[in-house]
Structures are given as C-alpha cells and as structure tokens.
Design a protein around this ligand. Sequence first.
Ligand SMILES: Cc1ncc(COP(=O)(O)O)c(C=O)c1O
Length: 400
Amino acid sequence: MKSNGSKPRRSRKASPAVAVRDRAQVTRRKIIAESRRWLAIINAHKLNEYKRRKIVADTVDNFRLYYNKGYLEYRKSVTEGGEFAAIEWSGKGTYFEDITGRRFIDCLGGYGIYSAGINHPKIVRAVKSQLDRMPLSSQELLDPLRGALAELLGELAPGDLQDCFFISNGTDAIEGAMKLARLYTGKPGFISCVRGFHGKSYGSLSLMGKGEYRLPFEPLLQDVYFVPFGDADAVEAELEKAEAVGMSIAGVVAEPVQGEAGAIVPPDDFWPRLRKVCTRHGVLLIADEVQTGMGRTGKMFGVEHWDVVPDIMCLGKALGGGVMPLSAFMSTPEIWKVLEPNPFIHSSTFGATPWPARRGSRPSTSPSRRTCPARPPPPASTSSPSCAGSSGASPTTWSR
Ligand SMILES: Cc1ncc(COP(=O)(O)O)c(C=O)c1O
C-alpha cells in the first residue's frame, strides 16, 4: 500500500485532532479495500497478466516495507529476478510454480515438511472437510481427532513411547521435551551436540550447536554442555565430569542424523551406545526427530535404524502432512506421570492438554482390542446447552 515507506502526510489545514482522525479513516478504508482485493485474489480461479505482475511487484514491496527486508537480499529468486521475482503460487507433488507459471523442481521440501509431496490430494481433502466442520479446538470439549492422532502416533512410535502433546513448531516440541525432562529428573542440565540444530526459541536455542545463532542472544540456559556429534565416549566423559563436580544432567539431546549441519550420519554404534550411557547414568535420551521423523530417512523414525528407543521423542515438520504446522513430543507413561497432577503445567492455545491423548496402558488401547461403549451418549439438548467449563478444568462459563 505505501509507496515510499512513509506514513501518509497530514493535511496542513486540518486541526491536528481532525487530521489524525481523517488519516485513521483513510488508512482503515485502504486496509479494508486491500484485504478485499487479496481475498478476491485468493478466491480467484484465474488471474490476468496485469494482476499477476501486480502481485509480483506488491509482494516485493510488502516484504521490503513490512515483513523482513533481509529476505529480499538473501533469496536468490528475488534478487536475480528484479520485478520478475519468483513469487510462489501453487504446487503439486515434487513441483511448485511461481505466479507467472514458471515450474520448479522442489529440492528443498520446505525444510522437510513435504515428505508426502506438495498438496497431497488425500491430505488436502481431509483437511478441507475438517475445516468445514470445525477448524480449531473450542478448548473446552475433547477433540476426537487430537485423540485419534495421539493414538496412531502412540501405536506407531517405538518401544513404550505412548503419550504425546501436540503443538505447532519443532522448537515448541523441543521446549516441551526439555521441560518434561527437567520435571521428571528434577535436574537442570542438558548435553547437546556440536552443530546440532533444535530450533530458535530460548530453550531450544540453548541446545544449538552453532555459535552464529546463539551468540547474539546470550546468555542462554547455562547448564548445557556440548560434545562432538557421533562421539558416545565424549557424552560419557561429560556425564562423568558433571557427576564428579556435582552438576546434574536431565537429558542428552541429539538428532538421529544431523540435518541442518549437512545430513551427517553418525557412526553405527552411536545411538545404541548413547542409549546404554544414558541408562547407566540415569539421564533421559531425547531424540530430536523433527527433521528425520515421519519416514524422512527410510524408516518411520530415524532411531529405528539402530533399534533404539529414546525416552522422549520430538516430531515436527512432515507430521503436518505439508498442510499445517504441527509438532509433538512423546514419552513413556512412566515419564509422563509427572504431567498428570497438573495437565496445564504445559499447555498452548494451539496445542493440547496431555489428557485427551492419554489412554492408559498400551495393550488395552490397541485399536483391535478396544471395546465399544455399552450405550450411546444421550442426545445433545438444543434448548439448554451445558456449561462445558463446569468440570473445574477451566473457569469459563458461557450461555447462548
Ligand atoms: C532437527 C530439528 N529440530 C528442530 C527444528 C526446529 O523446528 P521449527 O523450525 O519448526 O521450529 C528443526 C528445524 O529445522 C530441525 O531441523
């Protein structure tokens, strides 16, 4: 909207109060018109050449003025293209197209979100159906799909990893895993790997094995120690040192295969030895499967290459099927117990409480063994809505 980055000038004749009011009205009118224009663009089946060119110019301007100017310098597709910058518009499978119809082979996979390909028809159909029915949670009633997904993941995950919590980004999953590890062990420290990448919020950033991302935000969490990736002896040495000087470690965090560091596969004995070392020293083994999970390495989870069962596992990226931001951290019923006294001790608007996902012990929850309810629930009354907040879980009350 703004052509030169400055706010619209105030009229000289008007009193300051009137001018401010007028400016607010003009701006609001412009904002509404602009929103309508973009809604029409989103809903349009076809765009003519003029409209497409305008979207290219507007997008570059909008990034320059309102989003994150640095992107324009950084993204080659923008700097090389000038006014014909590549503006992504559609995609299918392994290809995406810019708004002018140029086709690209997707070699980046959206940083690992498109394991099922772009716009997978079955996933998109399911999401559209659910969007029509109920887009997000009411936060009061139990969401059946959240429970169903938790069950599927619980059945799919290795060993006794069964309980989970959903959030949106990989970094959120790592934050949850760190909190769970601290809560369960009562210890503060973590061991992470040089060049490891676990996200960029403060907790996960503290595990970051790359100085360039950490340094500008120091001090981060203090109790984090780094070892070379793939070196189980170094992990053990670090744990022995910590024990000797009375520093306590909650968990060892590693990616099964380091992603951002350049697809670094560890020696074959690394993960099995990590498992043994962690068990021996009573610390939790946390597998960051945000990038390697959901089939990315040829097995459903990276740790399955070595038949290792971690104590906590983090998922993200491809978990959302390439259509939504979704992540999770999972653990065993034994570890998860520490979240049970107060299921809201870790929660998020776009996440779940752990409860809907919890289904008791694994054997009795297996889909094949589940028994049907004896009676269907009573029909919902339309005349006197029940107060969903009356259970005491939340103070909310509502009426129609
Ligand atoms: C292994 C790993 N963990 C965590 C993250 C953070 O995920 P997000 O960017 O969704 O927060 C990433 C992101 O690339 C990752 O590769």
